[in-house]
Structure formats: structure tokens, C-alpha cells
Design a protein around this ligand. Structure first.
Ligand code: GTR
Length: 439
């Protein structure tokens, strides 16, 4: 019944296969023929022809598909409590005001908490638009400013010694500065708001035991199947569509947004949410669920983010569910080595951002994340933007390296590795200027 878009793609992009995880397909000639669901055809076969039908029927239907089969259901939010813990009006040599704010996620001071780091440009007229994103290594890693508190949460150990026994040390200060470009963001008149994702849930299979996910369970959760194997990465009695860690991290972004709605210096109607890699998957899921995010940006988010799963290029559903059993809901494991059975793909996630601007970025050497699959997902979200009277990507072919394209859907593939670079930030700032500072 459903009208399906049939795609068999054969292209070549320059490769660096040796540097990629082994055992995956990086060969376009070996991409299976696959079918994508049309984002404008309802599950019962009805063609979506009006904005109202999209808003009231198809959009909720697609959102529900992602809740049921991929990320799990997010519980109703608890009102958080906020406490400003520091302020420096002369940060960055006087160019910015730096604030640190603790967000008590369950509203209780003895519950899980997330520390926000906020830089607001001093010279820009208030309120200012903002970029909000989670970071991997603690707020202190985002900039070398010694006044930033060290992260208090469990952190992933890295090859260097900046994290010891899963705790932050001073050696980690500024370690991720190239990924945040704080000065550039401030110079362009935007605030930068960030928090460490491990404040919300530590990123390992048992992380749920100490995080929000053990305290805040979705209400009418479907029961585990009889004889179900106890799930890895989720509470023992978790229902098959109960949220995973990506859901919890996205929940944290929405609570940060709750704070921004109260922050006088920030214009809460102009907040762009962004994230890299697993946190790019998170920014997309946050943007899909929470329409307060006015722009959504995915940087190299790959499998379970912007890339089409059905192409099975680079990381597959099985690989991601095996390496990271806690990220998605239990139902997603049904699609291990069975992507063609998915009732969705990631173009439908991108379509959920419409009519808001969305930006998808890839990197040439990041084949694990399947750049072509990221481009195609952005492309196949376009019909929804058109229905809403907007231009989407505006191109049919993947652009060359370092040639950004797009109108309401932005896209680029830059030279280099899996990372967030100055180049990426410059594109996001231009994109935000274009959409936020329209005359
Ligand atoms: C990889 C994972 C990817 C991506 C990446 C990251 O190990 O396979 O899905 O999320 O980590 O977050 O850097």
C-alpha cells in the first residue's frame, strides 16, 4: 500500500578505508537495493496534501515510529530547579559574561544535576540568539578559562591522562576548545551554552542505574515480552519502547532550554541546538521532540543520527546496538542485521524538524558515519519542506568538498576527519545568521 521511494545508489567519494573500523561495508557498489518510506504517505496509504494533515496526523505518526522503534518514549518532564553558581562579567578578556548554572533535573537538590556553562557576548544588544549543545569531556574542556568548574560527573577515560579513574583533572582544561570556537561564536553575537552529557547519564551500559533513567520511567510503558532476555543497558523491567541514553541526553537539552526561557540575556525563540556524533544523534532527537529549538544541527552524527540505516554503509544497526546497548530502546535491536524491516529511516527524523531550518554536516574521511547516507537523508526530507512552502536542500547531487549547499536544509561535506572544526562552526554561524537575522 505504501508508496515507497526506491533507491539504488552508485557513486564514489574519496576513501580512507584503512582508517575506518574494519568489517563494515564502505563500497557503494555493495549498497543493497533498499526502499524508503515516503514521509508524505500515512501508514494507511493516505497521501498527505495539506499542512494541517502534516501537523496533525503524519508528523505525530512519524514521531511515534521513532519513539516505538528507535529511541524509546520520553517520560513527561519534571519541572527542574535552577541555581546560578558563578558569574564573571569580564570573561574572555572582557568580551563575554560567563555564568555557571546547576539544573536539578528532578527539581530536587539531592537528585541528578547538570551544570550549564554559558558565555554571553557583552557588546551585542540583548537578548541574543544562542547555540546550545552537549559536550563530551566536561565544561572545563570547552575553553581554557581557569574559572570554569571541573566536571563533577563520571567521564569516559581517554588515551591521555586528563581523565583519571573516570574523573576530570586540570589537565583536561581546554582540551576540546577547537570543537567549540567560543571566541568566534561570541564575536558573531551569539551566546554559547553547553553541559557535559555524562551529567545527564554516564555513557556506559550501566549508566542508567545512576541516572535520570532509573528515576523517571515513562508512564504506560509496554511490558517486557514474556521470556525476554534481561536487557543490557536498560532497567531489568524496561519495556521494549522505554527510552535509552540518547533519549535521556535529549531530555537534558530540553531542560537546558527550560532554563534559557528564563535567562533574560538569551532570546529563547532563537536557540540552535547542535551536537557532534553521538551527540548529533541526540540533537536531532531533541529537535524532533521539542519544537522550541529553532534550528537543529547534526555534525557527523552517522548511524542512528542523520545517516540512512538501510544503506548499511559503515556502522550498522547491529554494530551500534552491540557496542552501545544503552543508546536506543530495546525494540531497535529487532533491526539488527534486519534494517530493511525498519518502518522508518533517518530522512523521516530530519523531516520532523520542518518547517524549522536543519543542517546536516559530514566529513570526507568519516566513512563510518556514511556521508552519502547523511546527504541522502537530508535530500529525502525535502518533500515535507516543500509541502510547507519552503525550499529544502535545493540541489539533487551531493556537493563537492567544502561547498556548502542548501536553503532551509543545509548540508556540507568538508575535508578531514570525524570532528567539529572551525570550518563547521563558520557554516553553522552563517546558517544561523541567514535564518535568525532575516530582515
Ligand atoms: C562511535 C560510534 C558512532 C559515533 C561515535 C562518536 O564509536 O560508533 O556511532 O557516535 O562513536 O560519538 O564519536
Amino acid at each position: 500500500m505504501w508508496r515507497l521511494i526506491c533507491i539504488l545508489f552508485v557513486v564514489g567519494i574519496s576513501t580512507d578505508i584503512e582508517a575506518q573500523p574494519a568489517g563494515a561495508n564502505y563500497d557503494e557498489a555493495k549498497v543493497p537495493a533498499y526502499l524508503l518510506h515516503d514521509p508524505l504517505i500515512m501508514a494507511d496509504g493516505t497521501l498527505v496534501k495539506t499542512v494541517k494533515q502534516w501537523d496533525k496526523e503524519r508528523r505525530p505518526e512519524i514521531l511515534k515510529l521513532f519513539e516505538t522503534h528507535e529511541y524509546g518514549r520520553t517520560p513527561d518532564p519534571i519541572k527542574p530547579k535552577f541555581e546560578q553558581i558563578s558569574e564573571n562579567k569580564k570573561a574572555l578578556g572582557g568580551k563575554a559574561t560567563r555564568r555557571e548554572v546547576t539544573v536539578f533535573l528532578t527539581g530536587k537538590e539531592d537528585g541528578p544535576a547538570m551544570d550549564l556553562l554559558i558565555f554571553v557576548p557583552n557588546s551585542a544588544p540583548k537578548p541574543v540568539p544562542a547555540f546550545l549543545g552537549l559536550n563530551f569531556a566536561g565544561n572545563h574542556a570547552v575553553h581554557s578559562d581557569p574559572g570554569i568548574a571541573l566536571a563533577r560527573c563520571w567521564l569516559r577515560e581517554t588515551r591521555d591522562v586528563s581523565v583519571t579513574n573516570n574523573r576530570a583533572t586540570d589537565l583536561g582544561r581546554g582540551k576540546e576548545a577547537s570543537r567549540w570556537q567560543v571566541e568566534k561564536v561570541i564575536e558573531r553575537g551569539y551566546a554559547l551554552v553547553t553541559a557535559c552529557y555524562c551529567d545527564i547519564e554516564p555513557d556506559h551500559a550501566d549508566g542508567h542505574k545512576t541516572s535520570l533513567r532509573s528515576m523517571l520511567r515513562p508512564k504506560k510503558s509496554t511490558k517486557p515480552a514474556k521470556n525476554a532476555v534481561p536487557p543490557k543497558g536498560a532497567p531489568a523491567d524496561a519495556g521494549p519502547d522505554e527510552w535509552g541514553a540518547i533519549g535521556a541526553w535529549a531530555y537534558g537539552l530540553s531542560r537546558a532550554m527550560d532554563y534559557l526561557e528564563k535567562e533574560d540575556d538569551i532570546d529563547e525563540k532563537h536557540v540552535a541546538v547542535l551536537g557532534h556524533s553521538r551527540l548529533g544523534k541526540t540533537s536531532l532527537w531533541a529537535g524532533a521532540q521539542d519544537e522550541r529549538f529553532a534550528i537543529v544541527i547534526s555534525n557527523d552524527s552517522g548511524e542512528g543520527g542523520a545517516a540512512l540505516s538501510k544503506r548499511r554503509v559503515g556502522e550498522t544497526v547491529e554494530r551500534i546496538n552491540t557496542s552501545f546497548p544503552h543508546w536506543f530502546c530495546i525494540n531497535f535491536k529487532k533491526y539488527n542485521d534486519n534494517e530493511q524491516a525498519l518502518p522508518l529511516d533517518q530522512h523521516m527524523l530530519i523531516a520532523l524538524m520542518a518547517p524549522r531550518p536543519v543542517y546536516v554536516a559530514s566529513a570526507e574521511k568519516d566513512l563510518w558515519a556514511d556521508p552519502k547516507g547523511e546527504f541522502l537523508a537530508a535530500k529525502h526530507a525535502e518533500p515535507v519542506y516543500r509541502l510547507l512552502g519552503l525550499e529544502g536542500l535545493g540541489v539533487d547531487q551531493m556537493p563537492g568538498l567544502n561547498q556548502p549547499v542548501g536553503k532551509t536544509i543545509g548540508y556540507h561535506i568538508r575535508t578531514g576527519e570525524h570532528d567539529v572544526t572551525e570550518y563547521d562552526w563558520a557554516r553553522y554561524l552563517d546558517f544561523a545568521d541567514r535564518h535568525f537575522k532575516k530582515k
